[in-house]
Design a binder for this molecule. Structure first.
Ligand SMILES: Cc1ncc(COP(=O)(O)O)c(C=O)c1O
Length: 360
């Protein structure tokens, strides 16, 4: 019997942190860079109101949320596209731009979704080496060929937590061929307060060849609702919008996101909390001789070579104590784990258990 045969997809499947532990839900989840303090109470209130009207479809164009975003960031409403998470914007960009034989340049240790969607669209991934887990503009430029269509990067980068300076990002755009699309993922930008840093939205809002993605999953604490957005030149956003599924962002997400963006007091609280605990984590890791770089997002990358421990064992022992962090094998970062900064109670427990696990 001849049966339907799906196309062969030459891409890894995304493995979410918690799916490894479905049966035995971890009590403390520090594996997905979710917000430490959760959503603004105003967003929760908006969410709770929506249930009365769930028989209605959401606004397919997300006009209200796009207006709130346009006002907040002084942007052109027509150049904003909403996605079911910023993941979906990244997917739509790949679908809109990539064909077989195209090349996509990605820094060596970047968010895995860029390579998954690019490969699904048939493109070849070209990796640009990083130096000390930092994205190198020189390396990216050295990988450009006549087939290069897109360069993807996140700033701050996930999973390394490192930053690309404002100057370096501008240089990258200036030196890249103009018909190469630069996609900058601003997922963690709100956590950065360094002077030499500017978010891509601030730098490239009038650019003709940059698309910026943002998310409500991190600082806004709405990961479970799936809402993100993209900003770019009108013609490119129009092309991507043609591929956008109707009603891709649900009612609850639209309303909660619109409220959360207005609550800057709540966002500042989250930033201060992350800054405070980044310092504590950094100091603690140094004392324990666990190698780390100061994470500029809400997470840290840690390496166990110096103390001669195996990251897989550390991961398992933490998991057995109900603490889930992120393994780094898929990123090919040796003997390392990525830890999200949680709330104070979770962080204290994590430090206490980690010390026990490494026998300090
Ligand atoms: C750099 C980066 N971009 C995008 C995302 C995905 O965000 P969203 O939940 O909006 O799809 C993540 C999530 O971990 C991320 O680390």
């Amino acid at each position: 019997m001849n049966l339907p045969k799906p196309k062969k997809i030459n891409a890894d499947k995304y493995v979410a942190g918690l799916s490894l532990f479905k049966q035995k839900a971890a009590k403390i989840k520090l594996s997905a860079n979710e917000s430490a303090l959760g959503p603004s109470p105003k967003a929760v209130k908006a969410f709770n109101k929506v249930f009365k009207n769930i028989k209605r479809y959401p606004d397919s164009d997300g006009i209200f949320l796009r207006k709130v975003l346009a006002k907040k960031f002084k942007l052109d409403f027509n150049r904003i596209i909403l996605g079911s998470g910023s993941d979906q914007i990244l997917e739509l960009i790949c679908k809109a731009f990539l064909d077989k034989k195209d090349e996509v340049i990605i820094p060596e240790y970047s968010f895995i979704i860029y390579r998954i969607y690019s490969k699904i669209c048939g493109a070849k991934i070209i990796y640009a080496k990083e130096k000390n887990f930092k994205i190198s503009v020189k390396e990216i430029l050295s990988k450009v060929s006549h087939k290069t269509k897109i360069v993807f990067l996140a700033n701050p980068n996930n999973p390394t937590g490192t930053l690309l300076s404002k100057k370096a990002l501008i240089e990258l755009r200036r030196k890249l061929r103009s018909n190469i699309l630069l996609v900058v993922d601003d997922a963690y930008c709100e956590y950065v307060k360094e002077k030499n840093y500017s978010s891509a939205l601030e730098l490239f809002s009038s650019s003709k060849n940059v698309i910026v993605t943002r998310t409500f999953s991190k600082i806004y604490g709405l990961a479970g609702l799936r809402v993100g957005w993209g900003y770019g030149p009108k013609n490119l956003i129009q092309a991507i919008s043609q591929l956008k599924p109707p009603f891709n962002v649900n009612r609850a997400a639209l309303f909660a996101a619109s409220e959360s963006i207005k609550d800057s007091k709540w966002l500042n609280k989250e930033v201060l909390h992350i800054k405070k605990w980044s310092k504590i984590f950094f100091k603690t890791f140094k004392e324990l001789k666990i190698d780390t770089n100061y994470g500029h997002g809400n997470f840290m990358l840690i390496n166990f070579d110096k103390i001669k421990k195996n990251s897989k064992n550390v991961f398992l022992k933490l998991a057995k104590s109900g603490i889930l962090v992120r393994k780094m094998e898929v990123y090919k970062i040796r003997n390392s784990l990525r830890v999200t900064i949680g709330n104070s109670k979770e962080n204290k427990k994590f430090i206490q258990v980690l010390k026990k696990v490494i026998n300090v």
